[in-house]
Design a protein around this ligand. Structure first.
Ligand SMILES: [Zn+2]
Length: 170
């Protein structure tokens, strides 16, 4: 399901407020998710989910624990943690969730559960906040360079810059 522009803005605002709270207006990229976890007393564990390799991460609210698969590249681990943080902040009615993530960027967005779309949008807003993104885009001005600088995957950066309609200056 696609999110309405209003809901997207709301999620962007929530992610921005969390960054302001944790980093006291000194938001540096790449975003240090450990500080966000600590500020909210969330635990992070690595798991193999009983050998099920299609599971990237899970969030258990009662335990305040985010679990992520241990075999993922850095960029994917970070996006998965940020996604699970999205459930923590946005979806208080859901106690437990397992995030099946073969490759979230390739999943047909129209078939995705809305809370998954919301958590993905939250993750993008958290890891690629609008202000530093606009600032560094003027300097770097290409997706690959930006992905390296923000330490996110190229596809995550591609979709974020596309959503924000940032354009490449030729
Ligand atoms: Zn999820």
């Amino acid at each position: 399901m696609r999110l309405s522009d209003d809901r997207k803005e709301e999620i962007e605002y929530i992610a921005g407020s969390i960054l302001q709270d944790v980093f006291n207006s000194e938001i540096k990229v790449p975003i240090d998710l450990v500080r966000i976890l600590q500020a909210n007393e969330l635990k992070l564990t690595m798991g193999d989910f009983g050998g099920n390799t299609s599971i990237a991460g899970a969030f258990q609210r009662s335990e305040k624990t985010i679990a992520i698969a241990s075999n993922m590249p850095y960029q994917r681990s970070v996006f998965t943690i940020a996604h699970e943080l999205g459930h923590f902040f946005l979806h208080r009615d859901y106690n437990y969730e397992i995030f099946y993530r073969r490759d979230a960027d390739l999943i047909d967005i129209d078939k995705l559960n809305p809370i998954e779309t919301e958590a993905n949008h939250f993750a993008a807003c958290l890891l690629m906040p609008r202000e530093p993104l606009n600032y560094y885009w003027r300097l770097i001005n290409n997706v690959d360079g930006m992905a390296n600088y923000f330490r996110v995957s190229k596809s995550a950066m591609y979709w974020r810059t596309k959503n924000l309609k940032l354009e490449t200056v030729k």
